[in-house]
Design a protein around this ligand. Structure first.
Ligand code: SF4
Ligand code: SF4
Length: 648
């Protein structure tokens, strides 16, 4: 196996990959060396939707010029479109099922049926209630919340009409969606319809299949994900800038370490409350520890970081490595992005791995189901288990000495406040600085890590290229954590890494050049921020007019494809790296990369090299600036290698 330096650019990660290798512990990094990706699958040239197949139709030299069709006659274009649409459906389903859990909990909170949950942000409750057309005057907060919960739940099963939140988009965007019949009706309905249309022998026109993929993705971005973000904010508080720290060095040798991993913030919120209980603290001391150290992993980390400043242990590819420190007493996992390999690694140490969602169990892990009705009790029980396990450490503890301070919590509300203050809150200063060229444009860089590319490297190369070219970056998910580890989420980073225009604005407002906006479902915050820019005026009348772009340079999850698809069909140019899942069909790829611009005024692109990908985004931003007539406001500075090295 190659050494850690070839796998990651993060020192803590490299240290623990090397430890795993020395101790012969299987991790995602070693397994990736053992299993090469299937070349037919990589280009999505395989159909297995019926048992007459699987039909393999690779783009091979041998079959060059041959019409590639499956046993039933399905063309390669139909097959590739089906595979792509199913990825969108799975990704949308994941976000939206997470959202359903949040809505159900919200309703229970509103009805007073939960333990220790409450409505923390009443102002946001009223705002969201108005978005849903709920009367708020002279009504009890509890009644408003119940009605909101019921209406939000109804968005999932709605069979016709339009999603409530789709009406938050700029009017021009809504017209485009209606014109092309992709305005989402109900969240579940759109996902189910993708699955129906891609069943054997149903929809067999790749453009038509991809139209439904667009509708399902919009149901995710402007439906499930947005509902989830908004109701989480109401229950747990809308994030405001908070100081936190990140990387495996946040684990503490003399504390009971409990890592919360997954996506739903329900249990993590309760663990935060319970860990502050003096009885729990006393229990930890009795076990010989100095206290409880709660740390996050993946998007659960983003959630508790943004609201409580809880430290982040790391992003997706660091999950097994956290256990290899030998310092983790207990890890909880709920849904999404949890590797089954965790169970084997946990067995090598004293770590207790606990699954907590009724949707997901892992063979070899213990299962303690979380229900909000007994939220605090369950959290206390799990903390007690972690404390009980502290004396059972049986390996030398090896915690890398890597941790970095960062600022997170830039919700849309916070950005509005920072830009304009309490009484003049608005996006005007941002729009003005874009128009005058200090800020060239805005990029949303989001998404996963992927073991097939060097951990964190593409995120950082792309983001550094963007900010040095005066592009303000909004980030979420594992990308945000990569930025945190590299020191890009501090106000000082503006001086070190940003171009002079962006640095000037960041220094004036006191923000980093890269804004941490949350977890993967919080990409909806980026949609809202972009919509606010349009509504502020001066930068066109649609999202596609804005000098903005999106990217996921290290994506791996189907959720990332769903996110990209809703960015694109919302009018935003979006570039992905690592690999691209339609390479088996030129027609499908051309449709997504070219024809989409005519239809949705946004399109996909694929570029493996993150710096070149950033340049594509910058070129797109410049194209939009020119169309808006604001291109003359800035002079283009092209950086040569020596200038780049000086900034690295
Ligand atoms: S649906 Fe057609 S292409 Fe797909 S596996 Fe069945 S026969 Fe093959
Ligand atoms: S960014 Fe990707 S890998 Fe990271 S938590 Fe989200 S979906 Fe999982």
């Amino acid at each position: 196996m190659a050494d850690g330096k070839e796998k990651s650019i993060d020192k803590a990660t490299i240290e623990l990959i090397d430890k795993a290798q020395r101790e012969n512990i299987s991790t995602v990094f070693s397994r990736a060396d053992e299993i090469k990706p299937c070349p037919i699958g990589v280009e999505e040239s395989c159909c297995k939707v019926c048992s007459m197949g699987p039909c393999r139709m690779p783009r091979s030299k041998k079959d060059e010029g041959k019409r590639r069709v499956g046993v039933c006659g399905a063309t390669i274009d139909t097959v590739v479109a089906r595979n792509f649409a199913r990825k969108v459906a799975a990704g949308s389903a994941s976000h939206s099922d997470h959202a359903r859990e949040v809505v159900m909990t919200f309703l229970k909170v509103a009805r007073g049926e939960t333990q220790d949950f409450s409505i923390k942000d009443e102002i946001k409750l009223l705002e969201v209630a108005l978005d849903f057309g709920i009367t708020i005057e002279k009504r009890d907060v509890k009644d408003i919340a119940i009605e909101l919960g019921e209406k939000a739940l109804n968005e999932f099963g709605k069979q016709s009409g339009e999603l409530a939140y789709a009406n938050k988009a700029p009017l021009r965007r809504q017209e485009i969606w209606r014109k092309h019949s992709v305005m989402p009706r109900g969240i579940d309905r759109e996902i189910v319809e993708v699955m129906h249309r891609t069943h054997m022998g149903v929809d067999q026109d790749y453009r038509h299949i991809l139209q439904q993929a667009a509708r399902a993705a919009l149901a995710d971005g402007w439906g499930g994900s947005m509902i989830s973000t908004e109701l989480q904010d109401i229950m747990f508080g809308t994030p405001v800038p908070v100081l936190g720290s990140i990387n495996l060095g946040v684990l503490k040798e003399d504390h009971v370490n409990l890592v919360v991993h997954g996506h739903e913030p329900l249990l993590p919120e309760m663990l935060v409350v319970a860990s502050r209980d003096p009885v729990i603290k006393e229990l930890a001391e009795k076990a010989g520890a100095k206290g409880i150290n709660l740390a996050g992993m993946c998007c659960s980390a983003n959630e508790v970081l943004m609201r409580h400043g809880i430290a982040c242990a790391g992003n997706f590819l660091q999950q097994e490595l956290a256990l290899i420190t030998g310092a983790v007493e207990l890890m909880t996992v709920d849904v999404q992005c949890q590797m089954q390999g965790l169970a084997n690694v946990a067995e090598c140490f004293h770590t207790r791995l606990i699954t907590t969602s009724d949707r997901a169990m892992i063979e070899g892990a213990e299962h303690i189901e979380f229900h909000p009705e007994h939220g605090l009790d369950t959290a206390k029980k799990i903390l007690a288990m972690a404390i009980e396990n502290y004396p059972n450490r049986r390996h030398a503890v090896c915690i890398p000495n890597e941790r970095q301070d960062m600022v997170a919590g830039f919700s849309h509300e916070t950005i509005t406040y920072l830009l304009g203050g309490l009484f003049r809150a608005s996006y005007r200063p941002l729009n003005d600085n874009i128009a005058n060229g200090r800020i060239r444009g805005v990029a949303g860089v989001v998404g996963c890590n992927n073991v097939r590319t060097k951990h964190d490297a593409a995120h950082l190369a792309m983001i550094k290229e963007l900010i040095r070219n005066d592009v303000l970056v909004l980030t979420t998910g594992c990308s945000a954590m990569a930025c945190g580890k590299a020191g890009l989420l501090t106000p000082e980073a503006a001086h070190t890494y940003a171009g002079s225009g962006l640095a000037e604005v960041c220094e004036a407002i006191g923000i980093p050049p890269v804004l941490h906006m949350g977890s993967c479902v919080d990409n909806s915050r980026i949609l809202i921020a972009a919509t606010a820019m349009v509504k502020e005026g001066g930068l066109g009348d649609d999202l596609s007019d804005l000098p903005v772009a999106g990217a996921a340079p290290e994506w791996m999850s189907e959720k990332a494809i769903a996110i990209g698809q809703y960015f694109v069909t919302s009018g935003i140019f979006t570039v992905f790296g690592t690999t691209w899942p339609t390479l088996g069909s030129d027609k499908v790829t051309e449709h997504l990369f070219g024809e989409y611009e005519d239809i949705y005024k946004g399109m996909w692109a694929y570029e493996e090299d993150p710096v070149k990908a950033a340049q594509l985004m910058i070129a797109h931003i410049d194209k939009k600036r020119k169309a808006l007539g604001i291109d003359k406001a800035r002079e283009r500075v092209l950086y040569d290698m020596a200038m780049r090295r000086a900034m690295d």
